[in-house]
Design a protein around this ligand. Structure first.
Ligand code: FAD
Length: 804
């Protein structure tokens, strides 16, 4: 079994997971797991002892009780590894469920927590309820608690029971001997009957109490504290189990990549077939999305704890949503990845011998716990449609520290926008771009200059280049708040967000001095001249050519789908400058003025009826000999670096627009009654969780970037290598485009379903028209900036290393 340490989270988490990964790699071999499966016990007692000795169960136990007092973030790091190695140990039950229940104030769990930190007895919890009545010197417990995980190995069972005074929680010592024998319990009044789980790497037992007499101290709490403790355990347990599910999904993916890489059919490894590569790439999208969700949930629940949050906050909307997000995404990732892993192993996958069925079984068993996905979605839908919205940008507690000034920036940009979006600019408020009715290009240009005058352009550029040198968190705050406060789509986007970072990477000082100021001041606008009629996904097939003549480049050819060329002043053009050169060789990125006799721009009408993109014809067009970005003949590398920055920090602003669109869909669903449809409710909940996940993923990537930049390494997303070397995006960065574009396309379809019959009439009213536009516009997202299919190719080949 393989365990791989993940690369996110706190420093402590990374240290712990690195050590744990090494331990599990060495200790938890395939043979060890197989021995447990063959024995039918679902439990490895020796491994548990070693894990106990490493202190893993006391990770979240308070220091004064002998624990390490770390948080969920560290716990999920271990859980992911254990899930990935299919560890046959009750870590979830003991380290997560028992510790969280015993730690709730009002539950007298202190002595047990201490024991847990010292020698890690197996403690397990059931959420089912028995009954109990008081006797003079104690309690009498009756009931049946079915299929309790690790019950047959537990030294203590935590069993809820109804009493005349309210719900109570009982600590029942089983008296099992240290060999995990249940002989003692085999006799009434406490009986534990081992049951074989569909998951052969976990153990289950039915617990029965018949007039079981317990001392008074066995009752750890009665009333609200029990309800709170169980609710908290359910949330913590769901997140920790979600981490295990992520590990499992990752293991299924790794097994699939390895198997298809060596299995040869039709004369080549099956991993070379695109259908197989795309399947693996989709598995990686599921794994990384779920990993981002789990990490964010752990971080947020830890933050609640650190804030000394009362039960309301821990159990309130935020906690519910982040838990549901982790639970839903991880459950689906584990089910999807194990199902596809079996498929990709062919007949071998259907054998007992190959481990895939163990993974499939573990994934299915995990899905059956803590309530089905649909129930979690219903819970989210209830809160969402009853007014508890997903976190808005101002609620970005995951990135902002009070010290970094981000909160002040949010206030400043919001109040500046409130004033600025008045008078002639009022019509621009909330418009996304030139394709929208009411988007006046002259106003949009004037708006760019107003923004610049207010100091709100180029906020991420270094001060020496005229920027504001803001930190990552400050830039995130700015972009999110700008979009959510109705700041209009930026005509300066391509210049400021795509070209400028590339100019800083590859441009000469003269080029930087010439082009950066007008971009920053909103005086010059740029278009991107990559695609051609014969070069779309296959960009290396570009045929537009340029030759040097009398100190100028002379350009002939055609570009197509060129966004905003009709509104722009300049275009960067990927052109073939070495006659006879092939593919990636002999290309140069030229900076070309658009308004000149040798260029004709013809707008193309899109499915929305508007024209945002164009054909651009070059017939002897000219630009200065010095206006090549990067070395002549090496434009491919420069062009690729530019594509990398498309995934930068401004995508958080894009997501703020998505949130507005989601809010618009929710508002219509509430007003027209669609929110009462149970199927639509779940889809709405899924959309909300999906958007939260996009944000978590983006923040994870940006955090990795910040860390990489701080340590002088290559940034994952921004494409700004500290040493000018090749960028090496990380896995979370690879999935971003595919994930957001599919999310938005699905939102467009959901919007139409929410409209129902109301959506039939084109532009019936403003709300309807907006959702109809969303439905159509979102169809471009899975095509531009690399189609879905190209994204999956990239994920498979670059991130997973599958053959080309
Ligand atoms: C709204 C919008 C704005 C745009 N703006 C710009 C812009 O400003 N500048 C610019 O240069 N371009 C722009 N584009 C163009 C965009 O980058 C291309 O449309 C895109 O790269 C796909 O190229 P294509 O349209 O030629 O499709 P093709 O490459 O012909 O693809 C057709 C289909 O075949 C699939 N396919 C192609 N190759 C493979 C493969 N190897 N494996 C599997 N499937 C494959 C594709 O995924 C697609 O489904 C824009 C596009 C849109 C929709």
């Amino acid at each position: 079994m393989s365990a791989s340490a993940s690369t996110y989270g706190t420093e402590a988490q990374r240290e712990i997971t690195a050590a744990a990964a090494a331990f599990l790699e060495r200790r938890l071999t395939r043979e060890v797991v197989r021995a447990v499966v063959d024995a039918g016990s679902g439990h490895d007692r020796a491994l548990w002892r070693e894990i106990a000795a490493l202190g893993w169960c006391g990770l979240c136990v308070p220091e004064d009780q002998g624990g390490l007092c770390l948080g969920l973030q560290e716990l999920v790091g271990l859980a992911e590894l254990l899930g990935g190695s299919m560890a046959p140990v009750p870590f979830l039950e003991t380290a997560a469920l028992a510790v969280s229940v015993l730690s709730v104030s009002g539950v007298s769990g202190g002595p047990w927590l201490q024991r847990l930190a010292e020698d890690s007895p197996v403690i397990t919890l059931s959420f089912q309820e028995g009954t109990a009545r008081r006797e003079a010197d104690g309690w009498v417990l009756d009931g049946k608690w079915d299929a309790v995980a690790a019950a047959a190995q537990a030294s203590m069972l935590l069993l809820p029971a109804c009493t005349a005074e309210g719900l109570a929680l009982f600590a029942v010592e089983t008296g099992f001997d240290e060999h995990g024998s249940n002989d003692v319990a085999g006799s009434a009044p406490l009986k534990v009957t081992p049951r074989r789980s569909i998951d052969l790497t976990q153990s289950l037992g039915d617990v029965q109490a018949t007039a079981l007499r317990l001392p008074a101290a066995a009752c750890l709490a009665i009333g609200p504290a029990v309800v709170e403790a169980l609710a908290r355990a359910r949330r913590v347990g769901a997140v920790v189990l979600a981490a295990e599910q992520v590990g499992l999904a990752e293991a299924a993916l790794a097994a699939s990549v390895a198997y298809t890489g060596q299995r040869v059919q039709f004369g080549r490894p099956v991993a070379a077939f695109q259908a197989v590569k795309h399947r693996c790439a989709q598995m990686m999208v599921a794994v990384e999305s779920a990993r981002s969700a789990v990490q964010a949930a752990a971080q947020q629940l830890d933050a609640f704890k650190a804030d000394a949050a009362g039960p309301d906050q821990f159990e309130g909307g935020d906690a519910a949503r982040v838990t549901a997000q982790a639970r839903v995404l991880a459950t689906e990732a584990a089910l999807f990845c194990t199902r596809e892993a079996l498929q990709l192993h062919g007949g071998a996958g259907y054998t007992w011998e190959v481990d895939i069925h163990l993974m499939l079984r573990r994934a299915q068993a995990a899905a059956q716990r803590f309530g089905a996905v649909g129930l979690w979605l219903d819970e989210v839908a209830g809160r969402l449609l009853e007014g508890d919205r997903p976190p808005g940008p101002s609620d970005a507690r995951t990135v902002e520290a009070p010290a970094d000034g981000a909160a002040q920036i949010r206030r400043d940009i919001r109040s500046w926008l409130n004033e600025a979006l008045q008078g002639s600019f009022a019509a621009l408020k909330g418009l996304h771009g030139p394709g929208e009715p009411g988007f006046d290009p002259d106003q949009a240009r004037a708006w760019e200059q107003a923004l610049a005058a207010g100091g709100w352009t180029a906020v991420g550029w270094l001060r020496e280049h005229g920027g504001r040198g803001w930190s990552l968190a400050e830039q995130v705050a700015f972009h999110e708040e700008y979009a959510s406060a109705g700041g209009p789509g930026r005509l300066g986007h391509i210049g400021e967000q795509l070209l400028a970072p590339t100019l800083l990477m590859h441009g000469t000082p003269e080029q930087q001095a010439r082009f950066l100021p007008p971009i920053r001041e909103g005086r010059e606008f740029w278009a991107q001249g990559y695609s051609e009629p014969g070069a779309g996904s296959d960009l290396a097939a570009v045929r537009t050519r340029a030759r040097l003549e009398d100190g100028q480049w002379i350009i002939d050819g055609q570009k197509v789908w060129t966004s905003w060329a009709h509104l722009s002043d300049w275009i960067f053009v990927l052109a073939r400058t070495e006659p006879g050169s092939q593919r990636h060789q002999g290309l140069t990125l030229l900076l070309v003025p658009l308004r000149q006799p040798g260029i004709e721009v013809r707008p193309i009408r899109q499915i929305t009826g508007h024209a945002e993109f164009n054909e651009v014809f070059f017939d002897g067009a000219r630009t200065d000999a010095a206006l090549h970005l990067g070395p002549v003949g090496q434009g491919w590398r420069v062009a690729m670096d530019l594509l990398q920055v498309e995934r930068g920090v401004s995508t958080l602003g894009q997501q703020a627009h998505f949130r507005q669109e989601l809010d618009a869909v929710l508002a219509v669903a509430q007003s027209n009654g669609a929110a009462r449809d149970p199927v639509l409710r779940r889809r709405l909940a899924r959309a909300a969780l999906g958007l939260d996940t996009l944000r978590c993923n983006a923040l994870r990537v940006l955090a990795q970037d910040a860390e990489a930049q701080a340590s002088g390494q290559t940034a994952a997303t921004s494409g700004m290598p500290a040493d000018g070397g090749q960028t090496a995006p990380q896995r979370a960065a690879f999935i971003a485009k595919y994930a957001w574009s599919n999310w938005r396309r699905d939102l467009g379809e959901l919007a139409m379903d929410v409209l129902g019959a109301q959506g039939l009439v084109d532009g019936e009213d403003e709300d309807t028209a907006r959702l109809q536009r969303l439905w159509l516009e979102s169809r471009a997202d899975t095509i531009y900036a690399g189609t879905n299919e190209i994204q999956l190719n990239l994920i498979a080949e670059r991130a997973l290393g599958m053959p080309r």
